[in-house]
Each structure stands twice: as C-alpha cells, then as structure tokens.
Design a protein around this ligand. Structure first.
Ligand code: FAD
Ligand code: UDP
Length: 397
C-alpha cells in the first residue's frame, strides 16, 4: 500500500510539475560535416548549403570561426590578427566576386621594409633598395638589370630556394636578405627548401615598392571575422566551434565529409607526422599613434630572434590613439601554420594523399588538408573548384 501511495504521489507530482523537457533530440544528421571554419571550410559550407541545398555542419576545435585569418579587437579596441598579418591579394576575379558578397573592401597596398640594423630598405629588392645599399645611382630598368646581372650567379637547373635567389641577385644580397630570415622562419637552410618558397618574393628593376603586384589588393572593410560570419550565416549551415571533428561520433556525421585540418592527423599520423612550421605571436599595444612607417618590417638578421613586426593600423586604417604590433617567433612546436615545402615532405604527403584518394566520401581541402603553401585566395579558388566538380559529378550525400 505504501508503495502504491508513493507511486500515486509521484504521478500527482509529475502532473503538477511543468512538463519535463525530454532529452533534446539530437539535431538532424547533417548531409555534410566540415572540419575547420577557415577559408576552405567556410567557402565549401556556403556553396554546399546555398548551391547544393545541403544541411551542413561546420566544426572547428578553436573557439572561433575564420581559421588563421581570424581577427578581433584586442583589449584596447585595436583590430588585430591573432595568427599574424593577413593581407588579401589576388588576380582571380571569381574569388573577388565570391568574397565581395560578404564584405566591402578597403583598398590597401602592402609595403614591407627590411631592417638591416643601421637602415631600412624596401623589400622585395628593387631599384631603390640597390641605390640605398650601394649608392649605385641606378636610374632605369636597363641599368638596374645590368647591375643585378653582374652580381647574379646563375644556377642551372634551379633546384632549391637558395638557387632562386642567388640566380637573381647573387650571394651577397642572398645572404643579407634571405639566408638568415629563411633559416629562422623554417628552421632549415634555403638550400633544403623548394624553389617555390623564395620565388614568392620577386626581384624588381623598377621602383615599385609594393609587396604584391596582384590586380586586386584590399582588406575586408569590417575585418575577416565579420566576413566569415556573413558567409556562414545561412539557414543550411550549423556552426559548432570548440568542437574537435574527431570527437563527433561517426554515426552523427553526414554522408560526406570535407576535411580541412592536417591530412596526416586525419589518418592518425599512420606514416609519421608531416612537418609543419609554427609561430609564436607576441602581441603588444603601444601608447603611441604609430610604431613603424609601413605595415610590416622584416628582420633578416639571424641574431634577431623574430622574423617580422606587423603594425595593424596600416592594414586596417583604424584611427586610434594607440597602436598594436605583433612579433613573429618561428617554432617547431605549436599549431601547424606552414606546410614545409621540400622533397622529403612532399614524398610523405603523397603517401597520405594515396590514402585520401581511397577514402570514400571525404574531400580534403585547404592549406593543411592539401599540404600546400597556399595563400587565402588560392584556398578560396580551390574550394570553389572542388564544389564545382562535385556539382558536375553529384555522387556524394
Ligand atoms: P586554416 O585557416 O588553418 O583553417 C583550418 C581550421 O581547421 C583551423 O581553424 C583549425 O582549428 C581547424 N581544425 C583543424 N583540425 C581540426 C579538428 N580535428 N577538428 C576541428 N577543427 C579542426 N595568406 C594570404 O593570402 N595573405 C597573407 O598575408 C597571409 N598571411 C599569413 C600569415 C601567417 C602567419 C599564416 C600562418 C598564414 C598566412 N596566410 C596568408 C595564409 C592563410 O592563412 C591561409 O591560406 C588560409 O587561412 C588557409 O585557410 P584554410 O581554411 O585552409 O586553413
Ligand atoms: N623571405 C626571406 N626574406 C624576406 C622575405 C621573405 O628570406 O625578407 C623568404 C622566406 O623564406 C619566406 C619566404 O621568402 O618564408 C616567403 O616570404 P613571404 O613573405 O611570402 O612569407 P609569408 O608571408 O608566407 O610568411
């Protein structure tokens, strides 16, 4: 009888209590799960949701969207790039058209000086650099080209990042601008790296002191994070930050996966870890309006432990009584920022790529998923192309 009373009490209680919410039904399984909310993941998400009508879940283990392009206001109200300076530049109209749906732009031509201790000269090396260093009195493209040719030590064939530079400017300028910087940045001598690494930095015979010569050079007017927020703002897209892809039960994943994390991590580093170079960013606010005359100053001196200093106000155009700067200290440890382009790493990557090709319904994309030293625009172009290919052959999800 006591048991019956207890049961009745409970029944009454239950009726009086507001309805107990049933354990929330897991969100409907997405069609596509995307690992990473950087450029690769966000562009794929938008295209899959909007163009292909898919329900997309984007996860990032960091607590924010934007990947390495993430920017934020620091404690002093200055817009900074948490993962180092990101300057947008491209020749790809398709990429500009796509991103322009999510942001206005602020025109910005990036300029870099190399700090040589006693003076600062334009980088990439141009006519002004040579005149400042050698008091060479060069006045045109022809005499500048002849000046460089007299110093250059042609290497044929060009096999390394060192060969690229000594072939163009000779050993002295190579040592001054590239040897120390590259050893710091990569922990390797330029002779151990692919030509593509230093080929990113041209040599000029004119006085153009812009770092990039792309047709389109601009910064997202409200910052990268705002642009990503708009890109991911679509009813078909669910974003979960602070979530590791590998912690999602495979049963809760979509039939298709887009993986933009490190490709070796996806396969449990089965063949050994792919080397990535990391950086430590030392962010600082200074109580002055301006710190340096341009957005970035490079420090090629091997005795200076950092590679470069960025002052964001040049990039963002922000008007503020203080200024924010970041020093970059290269490191073997930490988040994977740079795939390291050299033949051994490429060989190891190819072994992972063979596994990736055989992995059903998983697409690898982005700088880490492709193990390629891609700029932002190249990642956007890759994602747009991958999606286009999927539309042509709709085998997934
Ligand atoms: P990422 O931005 O790295 O995004 C990948 C995301 O995946 C990350 O957010 C990561 O947290 C997440 N992730 C990884 N594993 C997991 C997991 N297991 N679970 C959940 N999430 C995971 N490019 C330019 O064009 N101009 C520049 O000026 C420029 N400057 C740069 C400066 C620095 C210091 C660095 C490091 C890069 C720079 N880049 C620049 C390159 C640019 O950052 C990349 O091209 C671009 O951000 C790559 O986008 P992504 O989506 O491939 O990768
Ligand atoms: N580099 C150098 N000295 C410089 C600038 C660049 O030695 O003053 C070399 C270095 O190896 C660097 C590479 O050129 O990693 C590519 O430079 P970039 O500025 O494109 O590097 P990122 O902005 O991608 O770090």
């Amino acid at each position: 009888q006591a048991r019956m009373a207890a049961l009745l009490d409970r029944a009454v209680d239950r009726r009086r209590r507001p309805a107990v919410p049933r354990p929330r039904r897991a969100r409907p399984r997405p069609d596509v799960t995307i690992c990473g909310a950087g450029f690769a993941g966000a562009v794929m998400a938008r295209q899959l949701a909007e163009q292909s009508g898919k329900r997309v879940l984007v996860v990032d283990r960091r607590h924010h969207i934007g990947g390495n392009a993430f920017d934020e206001q620091n404690a002093d109200g200055l817009l900074i790039h948490r993962y180092g300076p990101h300057i947008f530049h491209t020749n790809a109209t398709e990429v500009v058209d796509f991103l322009s749906r999510f942001t206005e732009w602020r025109p910005y031509a990036h300029r870099v000086l190399a700090d040589l201790g006693d003076r600062r000269v334009p980088m990439p090396i141009n006519r002004t650099t040579l005149n400042m260093l050698y008091d060479a009195g060069l006045t045109g493209d022809a005499d500048t080209a002849a000046f460089l040719a007299a110093r250059a030590r042609p290497v044929d064939p060009i096999r390394t990042a060192r060969d690229v530079v000594v072939s163009a400017v000779g050993d002295d300028l190579y040592r001054l601008f590239f040897e120390g910087y590259t050893r710091k940045q990569w922990g390797l001598d330029p002779s151990q790296l692919d030509p593509s690494v230093t080929a990113r930095v041209p040599t000029r015979t004119d006085t153009d002191d812009r770092y990039f010569t792309d047709r389109f050079q601009a910064m997202p007017r409200d910052g990268y994070t705002a642009m990503f927020a708009r890109m991911l703002d679509h009813p078909g897209i669910d974003v979960r930050t602070g979530t590791d892809f590998h912690d999602i039960d495979p049963a809760d994943r979509g039939a298709l996966t887009v993986y933009t994390g490190p490709i070796d991590a996806y396969f449990g580093h089965r063949f050994g870890a792919l080397p990535y170079r990391s950086l430590t960013f030392a962010h600082e606010t200074l109580p002055q309006r301006q710190f340096q005359p341009v957005g970035v100053v490079n420090y090629p001196d091997p005795d200076v432990p950092f590679t470069r200093i960025t002052e964001y106000k040049h990039l963002t155009g922000q008007d503020h009584p203080m200024t924010a700067i970041t020093r970059e200290y290269p490191s073997d440890r930490g988040d994977p920022y740079y795939p390291i382009p050299c033949p051994e790493n490429q060989a190891l990557f190819r072994r992972y790529q063979t596994l990736a090709d055989a992995e059903p319904n998983v697409i690898f994309a982005g700088r880490l998923g492709s193990y390629r030293y891609y700029n932002m625009d190249q990642v956007v172009a890759q994602a747009l192309a991958l999606h286009r290919r999927m539309m042509a052959v709709p085998v997934h999800a």
